[in-house]
Design a protein around this ligand. Structure first.
Ligand SMILES: Cc1cc2nc3c(=O)[nH]c(=O)nc-3n(C[C@H](O)[C@H](O)[C@H](O)COP(=O)(O)O)c2cc1C
Length: 590
């Protein structure tokens, strides 16, 4: 593999100063080609492997209780989290927060091979490098014995580090437009962690991981009966101020954190089913923005801690990652509001497969990426259709009435799937397309080879926009375009996620670029869990040859671009690895 090619010369130096051109340039430059991978070091600099655990030295750590599965709050049935109002709503207590962080970002196990040991987490991550850091902004809440302020989640300790103390009154004013009990959740990325291994393509992977973490957080909240939405009308300077990533002294001489997003969470009902938020009536709205003046005042509060250094040295600094991060920086804020769901929300679309009865916590904890598939296991077409329905966001509904987790996402779907069906009983192997928003059908068809015939997939439930394009054995093709990874062909099916690309970037702006990856990561997270619930297993695939994927369906320009691949099937375990419990290393006093 050559990591150094003259073709890279159409780069940042020669590109226009338009941020949209810059992100498009980054995207083109970081494509993998059959004869050339995106630029990276080409070897692993083990001595400088980044520490996967950020800590803030000098910030007090508040340990969260390590809860057994049968301790309160106990997980609901997996299916129940998709049905609005079925999960008893928990008040925001220390144990509920502990459960939230456990399911969102905690360790799920340690793996051991010989002398090496590494942790896995509830959220997957490209190369298990975990660039994503989690934060919570807490107001003064009855029953929560934590001071109001900003906390960083420390996954190894399962604790909250107290980064900043916020005035009770100011934080109450910031959260006043939201339902009673609301608090904020934030994500940042340490690009260096991914760049260390993957070089220039790393910005893509960091954003996939943000999408997965939005998914784990939304699903964790659903197990507690909480609602959640991204606050994406906020500008990124405000995110930086609130999460403290702009505090140069706290990050002096260490790896920077890139502020990604903020979300608000709130408990919807109490356990008796009464709406907790007595202030609100049917039809009220919540903002998707924060008052930037209050955030500025909060940021003047008292801060604690200095970030730790993750790598001794950085052999190469990948400037293009800083450039694309700057170009896609969201400078604008707006005043978007959304309707609060008034409790009349119907359940997710009728689903057609008999389902496992596991509880949600069991599925979340057991989620793993398959390292290999058996090349044999088939799933039923009912299971396959069920999975496809789970990723339909129902854009015809108001945001908070869309099926979980799509209610977190304040945009219409802009990702469609091109699916290689290998082993789905009752469905002929071949190439299929799922159009996740039927309004986009003509656009998707026009972006592909006009000679393709689009036939509704036989047996497909009503309302599932799943089309067959070709019949035939697509296993070799799937492997070939997935950087020759057998996991794409030995599974029951694999697919590429096609984003509506250049049009949306030109219309919305360069800040949309990371969000395309967030949506694809969120979609992947839904299917990681669906695979576990169906008794099979999934793996995200960040390594694929971009344009050869496009050629399969005749995409000739940048209207649609494949951003992420995914595969689901019967896993083969790696028997050489030992699995240890996630928090065996932590001692808590009784
Ligand atoms: C964005 C993303 C891209 C990934 N790409 C690949 C890939 O190309 N090949 C692969 O075998 N695994 C891939 N994975 C799986 C990761 O290696 C896996 O999530 C990580 O090792 C952690 O293991 P876990 O998912 O079992 O917790 C990817 C995961 C993510 C989230």
């Amino acid at each position: 593999m050559s990591t150094d090619s003259p073709d890279h010369s159409t780069t940042a130096e020669t590109v226009s100063s338009d941020p949209v051109d810059q992100v498009i340039n980054y995207h083109i430059r970081t494509k993998h080609h059959f004869n050339r991978y995106a630029r990276s070091l080409g070897f692993l600099d083990w001595v400088n492997q980044p520490d996967p655990f950020r800590r803030y030295e000098g910030a007090q750590l508040f340990p969260l209780p390590l809860l057994e599965a049968d301790e309160e709050p106990v997980s609901p049935a997996y299916e129940a989290i998709y049905e609005y109002g079925r999960v008893p709503c928990q008040p925001v207590s220390l144990s509920a927060l502990s459960r939230f962080f456990e399911f969102a970002l905690a360790l799920s196990a340690w793996k051991k091979a010989g002398d090496s040991e590494w942790a896995l987490r509830m959220n997957p991550s490209s190369g298990n490098l975990h660039p994503t850091e989690g934060y919570v902004v807490l107001p003064e809440l009855v029953g929560l014995d934590l001071k109001p302020g900003l906390y960083h989640y420390a996954p190894k300790e399962h604790g909250l580090e107290f980064r900043a103390e916020f005035s009770v009154e100011l934080i109450a004013r910031l959260l006043a437009p939201f339902p009673v009990g609301a608090f904020l959740f934030g994500l940042t990325s340490i690009h260096w962690r991914e760049a260390w291994k993957y070089g220039e393509r790393a910005f893509r992977y960091c954003n996939h991981d943000v999408g997965h973490a939005i998914g784990t957080a939304r699903i964790a909240a659903a197990t507690l009966g909480w609602q959640m939405t991204l606050l994406d009308a906020v500008d990124q300077n405000t995110v930086a101020l609130l999460l403290g990533t702009n505090r140069t002294d706290d990050f002096a001489d260490v790896e920077a954190e890139h502020p990604d997003c903020l979300a608000v969470l709130w408990p919807v009902r109490d356990v008796k089913g009464e709406t907790l938020d007595v202030k609100r009536e049917e039809g009220s709205e919540i903002p998707l923005f924060l008052d930037a003046t209050i955030v500025k005042e909060l940021a003047d509060g008292t801060w604690h801690g200095k970030a730790n250094r993750l790598s001794g040295e950085h052999g190469v600094h990948w400037d293009i990652i800083d450039e694309v991060a700057d170009a896609s920086w969201k400078t604008q804020a707006d005043n978007r509001t959304i309707a609060l769901a008034a409790g009349s929300v119907s359940a997710s679309p009728t689903l057609h497969a008999s389902r496992a009865t596991s509880n949600a916590g069991t599925i979340i904890r057991q989620r793993r990426s398959a390292v290999a598939f058996d090349g044999k296991t088939a799933i039923s077409s009912a299971t396959f259709f069920h999975m496809m329905q789970r990723v339909l966001p129902r854009p015809d509904r108001p945001q908070l009435e869309r099926p979980m987790p799509w209610d977190v996402w304040p945009y219409d779907p802009a990702i469609h799937l091109v699916i290689f069906v290998h082993r789905v009983d009752g469905l002929t192997p071949g190439l299929y397309v799922l159009v996740r928003d039927t309004k986009k059908l003509a656009f998707v068809q026009q972006s592909m080879n006009p000679e393709l015939t689009w036939t509704i997939a036989p047996g497909c439930p009503d309302g599932l926009p799943l089309y067959r394009l070709f019949e035939g054995d697509a296993r070799k093709l799937a492997v070939q375009v997935s950087c020759q990874q057998d996991i794409a062909g030995d599974s029951a099916f694999s697919f590429g996620m096609l984003a509506e690309f250049e049009g949306t970037l030109r219309e919305r702006g360069a800040w949309w670029y990371p969000r395309m990856f967030w949506e694809s990561g969120l979609l992947g997270q839904v299917l990681y869990l669906e695979a576990e619930a169906a008794g099979v297993r999934a793996t995200g695939i960040g390594c694929f040859f971009d344009d050869p994927v496009h050629e399969i369906v005749g995409i000739k320009n940048l209207t649609l671009q494949s951003l992420y691949h995914f595969t689901i099937g019967g896993p083969v375990e790696d028997g050489r690895l030992q699995t240890l419990p996630p928090y065996g290393h932590v001692k808590r006093e009784g």
